[in-house]
Design a protein around this ligand. Sequence first.
Ligand SMILES: Nc1ncnc2c1ncn2[C@@H]1O[C@H](COP(=O)(O)OP(=O)(O)OP(=O)(O)O)[C@@H](O)[C@H]1O
Length: 349
Amino acid sequence: MTDGLVLDSIGHDYDGVPVVKDVSLQVRPGELVCLLGPSGCGKTTTLRVAAGLEAPRLGRVILNGQLVSGGGVHLPPELRHVGFLFQDYALFPHLDVLGNVTFGLRSLSDAEREARARQMLAQVGMEDYARAWPHQLSGGQQQRVALARALAPSPSLMLLDEPFSGLDKRLRDQVRDETLHVLKSTRVATLMVTHDPEEAMFMADRIAVMRGGEIVQMAAPEELYNQPRNAFVASFFGEVNLLEGVVRQGNVATALGNFPAPGLGEGTRAEVLIRPEGLSLSPAPEGEAVVLTARPLGRSSLVHLRVERAGMAPCHLHSRLRSGTAPAEEQRVTIAVDATKAFVYPIPE
Ligand SMILES: Nc1ncnc2c1ncn2[C@@H]1O[C@H](COP(=O)(O)OP(=O)(O)OP(=O)(O)O)[C@@H](O)[C@H]1O
């Protein structure tokens, strides 16, 4: 038996238009997995399938070893033992905080319900607000109560859909941090939808990057950043410099020199993506690049470069350097490339 959530070859469409295509993933107890991708790529539909709000057209959903969707079975959400946290926290306005958190604890005695609810409120730092009304709470406080309410029945799976997008930036960072710690301490399996790569990297043990209804790559954040499978994933996780060329004898020739292109055939058009922090600069009167501007951005500086190499079209690149180490404007420099921050992919025909 596999604990946690298993989505096995899920396919779903609306009015005959496929929006989720052959999605398989697993979320283990104690693990937080993010579905990440641009608007309309099928993240929410995948989450709704896991919740039981949609019956998938293809594939199976298995929760703690029990088949809950597929093969003629479809268990409704209320029988799945799943906790929800969505963007609009939707606390019940006619119940106070304690009433909201005890709401889902039907099978316990009154005293047990209250004890459990108070325990959950303490876990999210809201024990002093048990008798407050939702409208008296800030957005962040409402979100914490919603988290306590969702976790109170000890669900076997938590589903979060853009849960922080209604909060302003400073509050969002704080609530995100608290939510991560509470989820981790309860060891509940969690599947979360976000379109924000930074948020996914902050929250997730593993991220499933989606595009056009499919999972393009699923891995730990570090692996996605350092070993992206294609140009879409590489550029989704941060700025990249883009150079193009044609493969000759196993290399792509660019304005920054040759890059190995293992596995790509002679004459293949290829793109080289290099993260700005992968370009380091040394002042040199005969250098191939000139500094256009250098902008301090807190801990780092972003240097704009114009690269001129004989026989190649000039190109504009960005280098990100430790603050205080940027060369002066109009300085000539040579560029060294950190090969671990450069990625070569064939350009699709
Ligand atoms: N109930 C529905 N009926 C018809 N089409 C729908 C329905 N729900 C979603 N869609 C469409 O299915 C596609 C996938 O939507 P989904 O909400 O799963 O994507 P998403 O990645 O979560 O995007 P977003 O971040 O914008 O919510 C979109 O093209 C959307 O317009």
